[in-house]
Structure formats: structure tokens, C-alpha cells
Design a protein around this ligand. Structure first.
Ligand SMILES: [Zn+2]
Length: 291
């Protein structure tokens, strides 16, 4: 299928009470595995990259590869730029063929966050079907080059959510609700479910229902994940889990086959591990069978 924007995909997920997995990849093997897992599971999927891999390969190269993969499978695939604070780079990725851009203005004061987010929304919407995700409040932990300590974190203010969505025109809304990037110190992190419920009610009650994004998916118990989706999470970000899987699978393979010198076999081992893990996620999120 032609590469798709996330907006429609996530409005469908919102109405169907399931979440679409948004998987961060840093290599082409991972990208291939995510697309194939989605195809096999009949699941819509979002492939996303942080800024660092986007700069490493070049957004044009990533977009070309992802577009080609999307056309090879028969489920909707979207290419998303995760947590970008650089307006020029957001625009470059949109021009290169990313179908979804996250402008992360959450480090700014409210009005400045609105201003930068609005600028990217206007840019992306003027260039076609490119959707934009904005964040209000800050998700703690480390994502790519952005470090947010737990002290400086601020959860999304409920009374500002609708104003933010209205003034920015974002297609997808990421409120900080206590989930974190990286590895949780506890399997039951302090998530503000009530806040999420209130925010979802408000942004779904707007003229156009705005899908809600959950960051920091790695390491949450299955019950926590289901509850976040029940409350309205429609895009579910999974990053750290695949980073660990990539490196752990590689280390284990090399340890067992140190004298083999066959990179193709290593790629296959990494791909198979990802096929399995991503499929598990799609089943948990409820997106399997929805394409
Ligand atoms: Zn995030």
C-alpha cells in the first residue's frame, strides 16, 4: 500500500478502542521486521525514528526505504519522526517523505510550545497529508538526545489540553501522564490514569476527535498497557524494548557464533527476534487483525 499518514489510522484506532504500535527503529533490519510483522499480523503500523538515526542515514534515505517497504506490504504503514525539537529538521523530514512529524516543544513554556508546534502544523499541512504530533507536559527519562529528569518533569495540565490542541491544530496529542522513556525502576510506575481519562474525554469531545499518544511503552505490565488503551491511548510508542532486543540478540548471536563471519545470518537472527517481539506487541495492543 502507499505509505499513509497517521491521522486516519489513529482515528480508526480511537473509534475501535485499540492502539497502533509505533516502533522506533535504528536499522534497516528492524524496519524490515516491523513491516513484515505488521503484514503477517494484518495490523496497521507506525515505523518511527528518533532524530539521531534520521540524521545518521539521512531522512531522504529512510523515507525512500520505508516507502518502498510500505508498498511491498498490504497493511497501512506510516513513517513518523519522534521527539524532534529542531524546526528545520522537522521540515526537512516532512519534505523527505516522513508522513508524520512529532514536534517536541514540551521543554518550552506553554505559549512558545504552541508557537513552534503551530509552525510545524502549518508547514506539514500545507505540503499534503502529513500529520503532526505535539506534546504537552514532559515525559521523563532519556529519549534520543533529550534528557528529562524526574524532578523537572511536569504532567500535562488538564485545563490546557484543549487549548493546546485548538491553538496548534495538531493531529495527534501526547499528554505527559507519568509514563517514562527508558527502563522503569518498577513494574508499576506512578501513572496518572485519572488525568489521562480526563484529558481523553476533553480532546475526544472536541469538534474533531484528536487521537491520544502514549509515550514510554517499554516495561509496562500488560495490565497497565491494556488500561492505558481502554482509557483512550491510540498510538503506543515502543522504543527501548527494541533497542535492547537489537543489542541483546546481536551479543548473544556473536557469543555463540564468534568465528562464523556471516553477517547475513546475524541479520536473520535479529530480524526473527523482532518479528516475534513486534507480533507480541501488536496482539497486546489489539491492532492485530485490524488492517
Ligand atoms: Zn516519547
Amino acid at each position: 500500500m502507499p505509505i499513509a499518514s497517521a491521522k486516519q489510522m489513529l482515528q480508526k484506532a480511537t473509534d475501535g478502542a485499540y492502539a497502533v504500535g509505533a516502533f522506533n527503529v535504528t536499522s534497516f533490519v528492524q524496519m524490515l521486521a516491523v513491516a513484515e510483522a505488521a503484514d503477517q499480523a494484518r495490523a496497521p503500523v507506525i515505523i518511527q525514528t528518533s532524530v539521531t538515526p534520521a540524521k545518521f542515514y539521512g531522512p531522504e534515505v529512510i523515507a525512500a526505504a520505508c516507502r518502498s517497504l510500505a508498498e511491498r506490504v498490504t497493511v497501512p504503514v506510516c513513517l513518523h519522526l519522534d521527539h524532534c525539537t529542531d524546526l528545520d529538521f522537522c521540515k526537512r523530514c516532512a519534505d523527505a517523505g516522513y508522513t508524520n512529524i512529532m514536534i517536541d516543544g514540551s521543554g518550552f513554556e506553554f505559549d512558545e510550545n504552541v508557537r513552534v508546534t503551530r509552525e510545524i502544523v502549518e508547514y506539514c499541512h500545507s505540503r499534503g497529508d502529513i500529520s503532526v504530533e505535539g506534546e504537552l507536559g514532559t515525559v521523563t527519562g532519556v529519549e534520543d538526545e533529550i534528557v528529562v529528569s524526574e524532578d523537572s518533569s511536569a504532567l500535562c495540565p488538564v485545563d490546557k489540553a484543549v487549548e493546546f490542541v485548538e491553538r496548534t491544530g495538531v493531529d495527534l496529542f501526547a499528554p505527559a501522564i507519568g509514563t517514562a522513556h527508558g527502563v522503569y525502576a518498577t513494574p508499576t510506575p506512578n501513572i496518572d490514569y485519572d488525568r489521562l481519562g480526563l484529558i481523553v474525554e476533553l480532546v475526544h469531545g472536541m469538534e474533531q476527535k484528536t487521537p491520544v499518544v502514549i509515550h514510554g511503552g517499554t516495561g509496562l505490565g500488560n495490565e497497565v498497557v491494556r488500561r492505558l488503551i481502554e482509557l483512550g491511548g491510540a498510538k503506543f510508542n515502543v522504543s527501548t524494548d527494541l533497542k535492547h532486543l537489537l543489542l541483546d540478540t546481536t551479543a548473544q548471536y556473536l557469543e555463540a557464533n564468534r568465528t562464523e563471519y556471516n553477517p547475513g545470518k546475524l541479520d536473520k537472527a535479529v530480524k526473527n527476534a523482532h518479528l516475534e517481539r513486534v507480533t507480541d506487541w501488536m496482539e497486546l495492543l489489539g491492532s492485530a487483525g485490524k488492517a
